[in-house]
Design a protein around this ligand. Structure first.
Ligand SMILES: *[C@@H]1O[C@H](CO)[C@@H](O)[C@H](O)[C@H]1NC(C)=O
Length: 289
């Protein structure tokens, strides 16, 4: 009898542990946090919904969006970009407040290239409807050979775009000197795959080669850790959220070193130094990177 009780007790503990880890355990399945927004037929769930395949062909591209919006947080996913000839395609992963003329938006855009030529990652930041803050980095690895992690970290102190553990862009909160910082509008998480051969590759010189279609990108390990809205109103200002912790108020020494390395060796465009667009650099550029 006692043996049986012990067994039942242990068994129910194990059940409870496995249940709770399936609820709290990250990463989530695609449908837990996301839905398809554009062309059902061009997004396929694989691996029991833990990964998806995005398809671009001559009929359509596709897109998906988070079910909820978030106010601050750490959002990441693993992406394997289109392999081979991806010139003229754009795969995007971004956050957007969806508020038109006053929108806040944080963009990762992956610009395809001819076989053997480097993929370019363009980032942009909109604050209260104002964008035009493009930066471009050529990736130092082949992002189609394997999955890599792309992360947007957004807290009260800064916004950091990471490729794996490497920061490729930082936008600091410089409200103290009256530079706009996104902090009032919750943002959804979005992704799209589409054709943009009028501008994407070498400024539109390289056209998409439809004989190589369908173009396929893969996503997995969807990980959103943030304050969902609607949700507890105290969440977005709670200093105990890990992404608000002191360790995340600025880059640490190792990250700062890697960020310098990217800027020195892999950055191919920075709006801050584009004199033809901005004879006088925008103020956030002078406020330090
Ligand atoms: C594509 O490759 C060319 C040649 O290496 C390079 O100049 C360019 O930055 C790459 N990326 C895009 C999106 O054109």
């Amino acid at each position: 009898m006692a043996l049986k009780d012990d067994f039942l007790f242990i068994f129910s503990c194990m059940l409870a542990i496995s249940l709770s880890s399936s609820i709290l355990g990250r990463p989530a399945t695609f449908l837990e946090d996301f839905g398809i927004t554009w062309s059902d037929s061009h997004i396929k769930q694989i691996d029991g919904g833990r990964a998806i395949q995005l398809i671009l062909d001559q009929n359509s591209g596709c897109g998906f969006a988070s079910k909820r919006k978030y106010l601050f947080g750490h959002i990441s996913m693993k992406i394997k970009l289109i392999s081979g000839d991806s010139a003229g395609t754009v795969t995007a992963f971004y956050m957007n407040s969806d508020t038109n003329t006053i929108r806040d938006e944080l963009d990762f855009e992956f610009l395809g290239n001819r076989t053997g030529q480097p993929y370019t990652v363009q980032t942009n930041i909109y604050t209260h409807g104002k964008g035009d803050r493009e930066q471009r980095v050529n990736l130092w690895f082949d992002p189609a050979a394997d999955f890599h992690t792309y992360t947007i970290m957004w807290n009260h102190h800064h916004i950091v775009f990471y490729v794996d553990e490497v920061p490729i862009r930082v936008y600091k909160n410089n409200e103290a000197i009256n530079i706009l910082y996104p902090k009032l509008q919750p943002m959804g998480v979005y992704s799209t795959l589409w054709e943009a051969d009028d501008w994407a590759t070498r400024g539109g010189l390289e056209k998409i080669d439809w004989s190589k279609a369908p173009f396929l990108a893969y996503y997995k390990d969807f990980d959103i850790e943030g304050c969902a809205v609607p949700g507890p109103t105290s969440c977005a200002s709670n200093p105990r959220n890990w992404w608000e912790g002191t360790a995340y108020h600025a880059l640490n020494a190792k990250e700062a070193r890697r960020y310098r390395w990217v800027r020195l060796n892999h950055m191919i465009y920075d709006y801050c130094t584009d004199k033809s667009r901005y004879p006088v650099p925008p103020r956030e550029c002078l406020a330090g990177i």
